[in-house]
Design a binder for this molecule. Structure first.
Ligand code: GDP
Ligand code: ZN
Length: 290
């Protein structure tokens, strides 16, 4: 028996990286009977057939995390990418991806790309989110700023990149490892989408124990499944202050003795963060069905 990680699955075949080559495997019928589908990212135990060097997946180890869109198991880290311009930075989108990342139990890194366009503005945003408590990194695929540091942050993790289209996710991955050879730029991507090539999620191995998904994470930005009483735990700056609210179930809307609101007034919590919290809270409340 050999251990490995599924890096790709196509038509009932699973490609398992054993650290000693990639083995084409089938899953044991048992999994189908139990309605378990192996996922890219699954850590598995396989039995390799000596004659043809193909294998069978015998066991799937317990999953630490599961993403559904795209379907990947054991992702540990989310790299949220925003660009300074083209497209303009969108804090609402950024805060939303942070919430979704926390909800999926991922370590979060905020990457502000295209620093070559406006370094000062890039500093402003990275400082802001570092103050809040996040690991942030400023990058440019043009000047190569931050690329080495980003590579270091990816080590020993399974990472997924996420962020609006055009911010430079594919360019960053190519800068880290040119062998990835991902398509970049709106037009070339649209053209390639026109061809009927089926896209499969694939994990790309940067080095031993270090993988990145070649597909952006979270094609759905839905937050309606999140409990409204739990939303503030996904805003770490708000949550830190919520312990001092008068009521333990305070939602920080307009409750008496709300410490969060007083911190917003005293500029101790960024206004945009609080506004995005309230906007997401309203969204969850309005969509709730009982
Ligand atoms: P994705 O949709 O997030 O994968 O973005 P792409 O990697 O396809 O990049 C979109 C466009 O932004 C391309 O035209 C890239 O050349 C450009 N781009 C990517 N990174 C940078 C950067 O650091 N600085 C500048 N100025 N442009 C960049
Ligand atoms: Zn409160």
């Amino acid at each position: 028996m050999t251990d490995g990680i599924i890096i790709k699955g196509i038509g009932g075949f699973y490609y398992v990286d054993t650290g000693n080559g990639i083995i084409e495997c089938r899953a044991r019928g048992l999994f189908r009977e139990q309605n378990i589908e192996p996922l890219v990212g699954d850590r598995v135990s396989i039995r390799i057939n000596k004659e043809d060097s193909r294998g069978y997946i015998e066991e799937i180890y317990p999953r630490e995390t599961v993403l559904t869109r795209p379907p990947i198991a054991n992702v540990s880290q989310l790299i949220i990418v925003m660009s300074i311009d083209n497209p303009k930075i969108n804090l609402w989108f950024l805060d939303r991806l942070i919430v979704i990342g926390h909800d999926a139990n991922l370590n979060i890194i905020i990457c502000i790309n295209k620093s070559d366009i406006d370094d000062e503005k890039a500093n402003l945003i990275t400082d802001m989110y570092r103050n809040i408590g996040y690991e942030t990194i400023k990058t440019s695929t043009k000047t190569k700023e931050g690329i080495d540091k980003l590579y270091i942050l990816l080590q020993n993790q399974i990472s997924v990149f996420s962020g609006p289209s055009g911010v430079g996710k594919s360019s960053l991955l190519n800068a880290i490892n040119p062998a990835l050879n991902l398509k970049t730029g709106e037009i070339s991507k649209k053209l390639s989408r026109g061809k009927h090539t089926t896209r499969h999620v694939e994990l790309f191995k940067l080095q031993e124990n270090t993988f990145v998904s070649d597909t952006p994470g979270f094609s759905s930005l839905d937050i309606n499944h999140i409990d409204k009483n739990k939303l503030d735990t996904y805003f770490i700056d708000i949550y830190k202050n919520s312990q001092k609210c008068k009521f333990s179930n305070c939602l920080h809307i307009n409750e008496p003795g709300c410490f969060v609101i007083s911190q917003v007034k005293n500029n101790k919590i960024y206004k945009s963060r609080y506004e995005n919290y309230i906007s997401m809270l309203n969204e969850i409340k309005n969509n709730r069905r009982f």
